[in-house]
Design a protein around this ligand. Structure first.
Ligand code: GAR
Length: 190
């Protein structure tokens, strides 16, 4: 199963996936390439470290989506890797129907809440500020409705009395680093 990972930030989840692969725990999945919409994304540094292509793709003029030429470039460059699975691991742009249709049923997203609660940006903070006692993370299929596609799996995280936002964030990220590689491995065996 050829896997392509898209991300905009630190890349800690892409790293967790690559570490699982290096440890032989990613089932029949193999990461073919990493793509980022930010030239300075930490995720791109993982390429040389793990011997995987890591490529910046210009996202175009918009801040929150891929549109026009840029969207076509993404479809072409990702398509060239012939992916069986596209993983959005902290890719902070809305994916529009043309992209979704180009890779129908093959795009999954990692979201840092127990969906359908706390969709959208800053989901860990949303849960914390709301006073939720549990939050967590979700891996789901991507559909045109943001953060609303069919859920593949989730992990719950307890928000303890008196915990700081930073502690909760660290706990959610730890849960993500376990959940995402496990889901990819499971899909590779399906
Ligand atoms: C992760 O917490 C992921 O769930 C979140 O971005 C972070 C990326 O971290 N994604 C979203 O909020 C998507 N709406 P990373 O770059 O260290 O993997």
């Amino acid at each position: 199963m050829r896997v392509v990972i898209l991300g905009s930030g630190r890349g800690s989840n892409a790293e967790a996936v690559l570490r699982s692969q290096a440890d032989g725990k990613l089932g029949a999945a193999k990461v073919a390439a990493l793509f980022s919409d930010r030239p300075g994304a930490g995720m791109l540094k993982l390429g040389p470290a793990f011997g995987v292509d890591a490529v910046f793709l210009d996202p175009g003029a918009f801040k929150t989506k891929l549109a026009g030429e840029a969207e076509q470039t993404y479809i072409r460059e990702i398509g060239a890797r012939q992916p069986d699975l596209i993983v959005l691991a902290g890719f902070m742009r809305v994916i529009k129907p043309a992209f979704i249709e180009a890779f129908s049923g093959k795009i999954i997203n990692l979201h840092p809440s127990l969906l359908p609660a706390f969709r959208g940006l800053a989901a860990i903070r949303q849960a914390y500020d709301f006073g939720a006692k549990y939050t967590g993370c979700t891996v789901h299929y991507v559909t045109p409705d943001v953060d609303a596609g069919p859920i593949i799996d989730q992990a719950a995280v307890r928000i303890g009395e008196g915990e700081t936002l930073e502690q909760v964030e660290a706990n959610v990220h730890e849960a993500e680093h376990r959940l995402l590689p496990a889901v990819i491995a499971r899909l590779s065996r399906a």
